[in-house]
Structure formats: C-alpha cells, structure tokens
Design a protein around this ligand. Sequence first.
Ligand SMILES: Cc1ncc(COP(=O)(O)O)c(C=O)c1O
Length: 413
Amino acid sequence: MSDSTKSNLNIHKTLNANSSRQAITRLIHPDKTIPDGFQSVQPPVYRASTVFFASTQAMRQRHWQDDYDYGYGLHGTPTTYALADRIAELESGEYCILAPSGLSAISLVNLTFLQQGDEVWLPNNVYGPNKDLIKQLQTQFGLDYYLYDPLNADSFQPSSKAKLIWLEAAGSVTLEFPDLVGLVQKAQAANVLTVLDNTWGAGQAFCPFDFSDQHLSVDMSVHALTKYPSGGADLLMGSIVTRQRNLHLAVLRMHALHGIGVSGDDAERMIRSLPSMPLRYAQQDHSTRELAHWLRQQDCFVQVLHPALPHAAGHQYWQQVCGSNNRAAGLVSVQFKPEFSLQQVDEFCDALQLFKLGYSWGGPVSLVMPYQLQHMRQLDHDSTGILVRFCIGLEATTDLIFDLEQALYKTLN
Ligand SMILES: Cc1ncc(COP(=O)(O)O)c(C=O)c1O
C-alpha cells in the first residue's frame, strides 16, 4: 500500500493501546511463552495441519522442494523429518520420504515412475499386494508387467520399454535370496530403475546402496517400517530412501499430490523403537537359525527355507551380499511333505500356543501362517506340499521349540 493510499483511509479506533485482550483470546494467544532449551532423549511430538509463517515473505519464499519444508503439517513436521533422517541413516541413503504403510510406499514408487506403455519387472516371489497393484495399473493405464526368476538373472529380459525392476531380498514367504548382483548389473546396463523392497534386510543384513565387493547400488530402497523398525506389531509405516535427488523429488511430488503423510505421534513411536532395532534384529536372527536347525531335523518337511542355510535356494547369493555381516531376518518357512493335507497343516497351525496366526513380522510375538504356493507363484521350482512361514519373535527359543514339538506331535502323529 502506498503512503498516499494510507493517508486517505479513515480507520476508527475504538480501543486504546492499553486495553487488555479478552480471556478467550489469551487462551489462544497466551501472554507468557515457555522458554526454549529443554532437552530430553526423545524429540518432541509436533502435531499440525496449520504451520505458521514468520512473514508473508517467508511464506512466499518456501518451496516444496526444500529439504525441511515447514509449509503444511501434511508434508512434514520436525518430528517426521527427524524420523526420515534416521531412516536415511539406517539404510545409508541420502533422502527419505515417509508413507503411511509399506504398501503405500510401494504404491508411490509405482505411481511416480510408471506410465502408459512402460514395462515393469517383478520377481515371481514378489510381495503379493505389489503384484496386485501392478495388475490394477495394467488394467487402468495399460502397462506391461513381467515376472522373472530371482535366482536366474537371465530370466530378466528387459526390452527398450522397460522402466523399472522390483527386487526383493529375500523373497516373500519362500525366502529365496535373489541374484542381486546379476540383476542389478543387468538393469543398470539396460537403463532400468532398480527398486529394492528392503523390508527383510532392514538396513541390517546389507547396505542397499553399496553391496557386494563390486560396490553396487540400487536406485531406491523401499522399507515397510511396520516390521523391524516398529518392532511392536502396532505401528504401520513405510519409507522410500535414495541417494539420488532427482528420484527423491519425483517421489516427493507424487507424495504431495496424494495428500498422504504420517502423524507426529506415530513418527515419535517409531523413533523410540529405532535404537533397539539392531539388537532385536540380531536376537531374532539368532533364534530363527536355532529353530531352522531344529526344523531340519524333523522328517515331516521336504525343505526348510532360510537363506543362511547352505542348501537353501539362493544361499550363494545371500553369502555374496550378506556374508560379511552374516545377518538374516527372523523368518523361516517349511515345506510340508505332500502326504500332509491342507487340513492337517491347518490343524498344526491351530495347535500352536505361543505362535499366533497372523500376518506381518518384526514384533515380539512369534507368528505362523500357512500358504498354498500354487495360488501365489507363476514360476515355481517345486510347489508341491503346503508351505508354512514362521516369523520369530523375542520369546525364548526353547519355549518356541517346545511349542512346535507339541503341535507336531498332536496333529501329524
Ligand atoms: C516384503 C514386504 N513388503 C512390504 C510390506 C507392506 O508393509 P505394510 O504392511 O506396512 O503395508 C510387507 C507386509 O507384510 C512385506 O512383507
């Protein structure tokens, strides 16, 4: 407003400068402010939709591409940015975007990078809902998807339309460790984006941005923080980590367009669980291997699936990538001999007492889930017999073994 406009305005003053504000206003704008400088172990929880700007100039200067954009609560708060920084650290990446679940992180990647006519490649043991989503996108937007065998890099045959390959190490349920080195090398040669579902590795088993002695890197790592980082089986969240700013900004744009975010309370709970995560992961790994060895001694199974076991599918690739850390997640599956019916295997699962029937992993309670592979795989190596996956919690291994023993005895004898 120019000075001349200002002087022509006739503004009525009804109150003098000393009038105190009404009580209702002072409840909203208190006279006293709490001093800064309080320090505690956990960061404070910021909850916001509205975020104040110091001035119109500050409001106009902010940009959605800013690393810590304090523009609207949905896009980030100090609490969610603190968590994002820690997840980037956990996976040795540079940038991290948080999503409300692991599946929404997967979905964001697909919706950011895939367009009509593109070709996308999925491992045949991919996390099922990712494949369901791709099928939906195929119907709605007309893209092509292909399945490859994660143990055979030659089965990945990208055409010039190939845009993105999903990698999963180890694969969902059947736990084959893929030929990560061969697949990433092939994708890089064909200029195909590499995206790893790193929920199993969780930043503990190997570094997605620098693995094998050839220092390979994937382009993006997606992590269902719901599992190990949460650790309590009571918190859902996902992340997308990369070292490449252009990829980060592309996902960030789609994230904003979707109107999704995570709450400060959930972020703080996740931050609280992170320090114990490496210890929990190591403990669950240790217990799972003990159980895997015990399971191998039982003669009701065709095979015990765990990538650190020497006979397991993809063991050599696990060694190549995870050998130096010697880490594996707390998951082990068994394939029952074909003579056991689905009903018998269901009865075995129901007879377990400490193992609860439920999805997900990484929590304190051990879980069990039966699967019929023929409904899940297209390129099975050997899909006869029912498969049961165990997710090992934090109970004493001897108690878990006793539980398995009593259930096997009760139902299969
Ligand atoms: C390998 C893998 N990726 C992603 C997800 C999705 O995570 P969320 O349950 O947080 O959506 C899961 C969940 O089971 C999973 O097992």
